[in-house]
Ligand binder design. Structure first.
Ligand code: AMP
Length: 394
């Protein structure tokens, strides 16, 4: 019987999962990756094997059905029992968006941890409740299975205090109004790869460019600054999120344009970014192929802001040895990588266009003073490694 680790990433309308085999010695190996989408409207189960091949799955739910997190996890576990019957799942790890100030590392979940994490819901109301719903659901479906919480904020707890503070009255910082940073599991995975890929690079900027996008400055593999702050809406423009805007805009919307908190939340999280500026799509593939000038402007804005943050993060690092691209756009869009690198020529990045077209891993010329790289992220593997370490499996 092979030992396995289940990784869960639960959102409002989907539960994503990955199953790894784990011998406790070598890196956990992916076996299956899948998801149930459309929990609230017509659930749909999809799964791929370790080679990325789609596995035919039965269409389980009649049209018009809904599923809660418990139903979704019950289905996933029973599918794995049937289709990975030689794997004994020993534990599960969850991606949890917010660990606040106290959780600097992944942790085994018990009643007290769960209560603490519930207390952080106001800091991440769009994600944390769904992350926690999956913990409760799994405890119901598999009560004996140990569960580990892995936080998107934890990796950034190494940032210096000045990077974490807002220039607001002290009492607010003490009440938790601080810059936390997100996408930490992705940055931690890249930091985990750097000693092999770039052993001599101390100062590295990582651009995690996906439907959520952020950038992080790594000094000797530790986060010292990031583009996201108090929430995952800060920093770069994203698929539908606005990124950093002057807080005065919010006051103007409330005082003069009749917006309330709910309307502002919708505007900032769902209607802005690439979608809001282009009016075409939140998907970079659509924008790159569109001849609509507003689509081109949305791409220009995205590239411009990446360049702006690259300068800021280089200043935080007091220099730069390498730039790493990762996540959906970073890994798959030579156009965006080329445009970002061209704007960063002043920093010493010389792009190798052919290597970039082929997807790297190194996309800069051999004589480039600052190197540029494509490293596919693997947050699921990072979670599996945390589960193994926290529970001392193996
Ligand atoms: P992620 O959130 O990391 O899964 O990234 C999702 C985003 O990656 C999608 O919204 C697309 O905009 C983008 N993406 C995926 N493949 C490509 C591609 N070949 N070219 C440009 N963008 C891509």
């Amino acid at each position: 019987m092979t030992q396995g680790i289940l990784v869960i990433n639960s959102g409002s309308s989907s539960v994503k999962f990955a199953l790894f085999s784990d011998d406790g010695l070598s890196e956990p190996k992916p076996l299956f990756k899948g998801q149930i989408e459309g929990l609230g409207t017509d659930p749909c189960f999809q799964v791929k094997d370790s080679n990325g091949r789609k596995i035919d799955a039965r269409d389980e739910w009649p049209r018009g059905s809904t599923l809660n997190h418990t139903g979704a996890l019950r289905y996933i576990l029973s599918w794995l029992e049937d289709c990975a019957s030689n794997v004994k799942i020993q534990a599960a790890g969850h991606r949890i968006v917010h660990g606040g100030l106290d959780y600097e590392h992944a942790v085994r979940i018990d009643k007290h941890v769960l209560e603490d994490l519930e207390g952080l819901i106001p800091l991440a109301p769009l994600h944390q409740p769904h992350n926690l719903a999956a913990i409760r659901a799994l405890a119901e479906v598999a009560p004996k299975m140990p569960q580990v919480a892995c936080f998107d904020t934890a990796f950034h707890r190494t940032q210096p205090r000045v990077a974490q503070l807002f220039p607001l009255p002290r009492a607010l910082a003490e009440a938790g109004v601080r810059r936390y940073g997100f996408h930490g599991l992705s940055y931690e995975y890249i930091a985990h790869c750097l000693p092999d890929v770039l052993p001599d690079a101390d100062k590295v900027v990582v651009a995690h460019l996906g439907s959520g996008a952020s950038m992080c400055a790594l000094l000797d593999g530790k986060s010292i600054e990031s583009s996201m702050g108090f929430t995952a809406v800060d920093g770069l423009p994203m698929g539908t999120r606005c990124g950093g805007i002057d807080p005065g805009v919010i006051l103007h919307l409330v005082q003069n344009l009749g917006y309330d908190a709910k309307a502002i939340e919708k505007l900032m999280y769902k209607e802005s970014g690439l979608l809001g500026v282009s009016g075409v799509s939140n998907d970079m593939r659509d924008l790159e192929t569109s001849d609509n000038p507003h689509a081109a402007e949305a791409v220009d804005l995205f590239v411009y802001h990446i360049g702006k943050y690259l300068g800021m993060l280089t200043s935080a690092l007091q220099g730069i040895d390498a730039l790493v691209f990762t996540a959906g756009i970073g890994e798959n869009s030579p156009i965006i990588r080329e445009r970002v690198c061209q704007r960063a020529a002043w920093l010493g990045i010389r792009l190798d266009r052919e290597a970039n077209r082929k997807g790297g891993p190194c996309i800069s010329t051999p004589d480039s003073p600052v190197s540029a790289w494509v490293i596919p992220t693997n947050e699921e593997l990072m979670i599996a490694l945390h589960v193994r370490n926290v529970l001392q499996l193996g």
